[in-house]
Design a protein around this ligand. Structure first.
Ligand code: CP
Length: 324
């Protein structure tokens, strides 16, 4: 596969190969020199039309650890603000000879358009498009779950069969939720969505997951609980419950966390709205993997770029360091 547009495009074997390759990439971070020469001479552009902290920084870190030449493009401050189209922006990049484009865009479908339009010849990686998909987020979440719920070494080659994952909150606007439902289903997990009825998409009832409205009864049956950010910027105020009401019914606080099984983890893709979907007590607790998820994102993005740009089977024991 030349592009990564949607988590739904991955087979179980594709996903497990990415998770296993990421596990090997993570071992590079344990070496004195954290850099590989794998993508030396290849150019990767990070094309961000929407704001990002985690995704953008971790893609850049992953590209640099693989020795790629990195070009960072932000729509703010570019000729996009003068009305330049995605097509003309893409063709400008193509003229510079890029090998891969990592794109975040507010419009659902923009990465697909870029990959299939013929405007560019580069591999396209979706770094989040509108409310549609965020496949590397789902992969880093699955990587985090496999490490925590199956084991770092014992997890190699394995999926998440039988693990019970609960996603909570603003599903309507969440590309993270859509990507996770697709990937977790492919990996054999049992997924439950818990959301206010007004923050569930109409089509969610046909997704491969359960739907529930009561968080307290879902918690004791969960191996992982993923809190979703409430995306006010994409929201019509008329559909939004008050902050207090939302936190009372769908927020995760210490009392609620105590209802989870002892081994269960709390996840959040970030950015977190503390006090609304998650209290500071929970966000800062050792059971919350939010920071770990960010670290795991670098390994996942290294694996995705490595596999898309034609890497052979990666052996961390024989792979040389990039010393220059
Ligand atoms: N999780 C995530 O996509 O965060 P950013 O918007 O900061 O990249």
């Amino acid at each position: 596969q030349r592009h990564l547009i949607s988590a739904a495009d991955l087979t179980r074997d594709d996903a497990v190969l990415i998770l296993d390759t990421a596990e090997e990439m993570a071992r590079v971070a344990d070496r004195p020199i954290k850099k590989l020469p794998t993508l030396r001479g290849r150019t990767v552009v990070n094309l961000f039309f929407e704001d990002s902290t985690r995704t953008r920084i971790s893609f850049e870190a992953a590209e640099k650890r693989l020795s790629a030449d990195v070009i960072n493009f932000s729509a703010k401050g570019s000729s996009v603000s003068k009305g330049e189209s995605l097509k003309d922006t893409a063709q400008t990049l193509e003229a510079m000879g890029v090998d891969a484009v990592v794109i975040r865009h507010g419009a659902s479908g923009a990465p697909y358009r870029l990959a299939t339009s013929g405007w560019i010849d580069a591999a396209v990686v979706n770094a989040g498009d509108g409310t549609h998909q965020h496949p590397t987020q789902a992969l880093l979440d699955a990587f985090t779950m496999r490490r925590r719920l199956v084991g770092r070494d014992t997890g190699l080659g394995r999926d998440l069969a039988g693990k019970r994952i609960t996603l909570v909150g603003d599903v309507l606007h969440s590309r993270v939720a859509r990507s996770n439902v697709d990937l977790l289903h492919t990996l054999g997990a049992e997924v439950t969505l818990v959301a206010p009825p007004t923050l569930l998409p109409v089509g969610a009832h046909s997704w491969p997951c359960e739907i529930a409205y009561d968080l307290d009864s879902a918690l004791p049956k969960s191996d992982a609980v993923m809190m979703l950010r409430v995306q006010r910027e994409r929201m019509n105020a008329a559909f939004f419950p008050t902050e207090r009401e939302y936190a009372r019914r769908y927020g995760l606080d210490g009392d609620r966390m105590a209802k989870m099984p002892e081994h269960a983890i709390v996840m959040h893709p970030g950015p977190m709205v503390r006090g609304m979907e998650i209290t500071a007590e929970v966000a800062d607790s050792p059971r919350c993997t939010a920071v770990e998820q960010v670290a795991n994102g670098v390994s996942i993005r290294m694996a995705v770029l490595y596999l898309l740009l034609g890497g052979a089977v990666f052996d961390p024991k024989t792979a040389p360091d990039a010393t220059t």
